[in-house]
Design a binder for this molecule. Sequence first.
Ligand code: 13P
Ligand code: SF4
Length: 321
Amino acid sequence: MDAAPYFPDLESIDPSLNLLDEIQRLRETRKAVLLAHYYQEPEIQDLADFVGDSLQLSQAAAKTDADVIVFCGVHFMAETAKILSPRKTVVIPDLDAGCSLADRCPAKIFEAWLKSYPDHEVVSYINCSAGVKALSTVICTSSNAVRVVESLPQGKPIVFAPDRHLGQWVRAQTGRDMVLWPGFCIVHEQFTAKRVAILMAKYPDAQLIVHPECEATVTRMADFVGSTAALLKYVQERPELRFLVGTEAGILHQMHKARPEAELIPIPADNGCNCSLCPYMKLNSVEKLYLCLRDLQPAITLDEGVRQRALKPLERMLALG
Ligand code: 13P
Ligand code: SF4
């Protein structure tokens, strides 16, 4: 019989506990490492052993010697850690923390779609399920996508999935023709050229920096396009005092720490809501982080055959450095 599903029971938390102290105590007794993506709430980033972008986090997950990986990010990230470290317990504060890219590219449908492109190399963005990774030649993240595509032999036809915007951007950088799966990130697709143009007119001295998950109409306007880690580095290294930031607003926490004197203006979504937050990333909370350290649940599980097939394209990416 299958085990009962685990749901974080916030009411089971003793209200007299100091959760930050408890998390500190449990991470030691559990021999756990806390990995957090830049889009996590600031208090989670401040608790983490390591904060990074998708590539940095997968590298950290591959080399940690901890017994338990607590992945404060979304499901595909925790699943990637499990693919790389199958003997470790990998937990995520909220199992419902999905991703519009991963969720809208089901492995079975992707496999059927790939039949139209039998001789193609399959480059998959890490924002996909283990099932999709298992169907791929090589994985990439937003920080190494150009290098990964350039590593494939010239003339080889390529399928790029599941982010059409990142795919378009890589196509423009590399000149490689690629068939694109039509997925998109629900956060980055909300930043429109119209909204960006209004902000640029208001702040003509600002540097426009955006993530390659944004539409081409937006990336074409930018002074710099890069992964979350690359955007942070750009803000750290540039002398300008004002930046328009086209990515999920969680990254502003580290940007503020790095450049307290700079003005960082997050580009708001164009959907009536004035924010730019990922609803999946924001499902995690300090309370759920405490519960997953206490209960070692919800844990990521994977079919071993799928895991082994997904490992190969991931290792191929990691070998590229
Ligand atoms: P990076 O971590 O590669 O910048 O990707 C951002 C993202 O949307 C993760 O889900
Ligand atoms: Fe997925 Fe976009 Fe959220 Fe990243 S920001 S987890 S790509 S929905």
